[in-house]
Write a protein that binds this ligand. Structure first.
Ligand SMILES: Cc1cc2nc3c(=O)[nH]c(=O)nc-3n(C[C@H](O)[C@H](O)[C@H](O)COP(=O)(O)OP(=O)(O)OC[C@H]3O[C@@H](n4cnc5c(N)ncnc54)[C@H](O)[C@@H]3O)c2cc1C
Length: 100
């Protein structure tokens, strides 16, 4: 996961939030419904838990598999959750072209 790929972060309810990530080259994930992806840092050495193990967690995409350019995750935030707290802390960023 690239930390600068977050495009939308819309709170749904409680501690749960919908995260829209940009996909490279306007590609579609083409993931079948009910499959999950594993989320990890692009450099696993940079994101480890208290036991020095790289943090990797499965999430179930809620975007249609043929949606081009985006991957949407619905993620509940746990106060002590390594991955969910990190994802909820991400700032929305925009491609350079949006600033021109
Ligand atoms: C196949 C699969 C698909 C999944 N898809 C999704 C998804 O789409 N969206 C989503 O939000 N999550 C999903 N999960 C759960 C997700 O993978 C993580 O387990 C979750 O986000 C917590 O990870 P964390 O690193 O934030 O917390 P961790 O660092 O693993 O846990 C730290 C602390 O957070 C609290 N905590 C963590 N998980 C729970 C829990 N389930 N109930 C109560 N307290 C908890 C506990 O206090 C725990 O000690 C899925 C799990 C599986 C197995």
């Amino acid at each position: 996961m690239r930390s600068d790929a977050l495009r939308v972060n819309s709170p749904d309810f409680d501690a749960t939030c919908r995260f829209v990530f940009e996909l490279p080259n306007n590609e579609a994930t083409l993931l079948p419904v009910a499959s999950c992806i594993t989320v990890r840092a692009s450099d696993p050495e940079s994101f480890k838990d208290a036991k020095d193990k790289p943090i990797v967690r499965p999430y179930t995409p809620i975007s249609p598999p043929d949606l081009k350019g985006e991957l949407v995750l619905l993620i509940k935030r746990y106060e002590n959750g390594n991955m969910s707290k990190y994802i909820h802390s991400l700032k929305v960023s925009y491609p350079d072209s949006h600033h021109n």
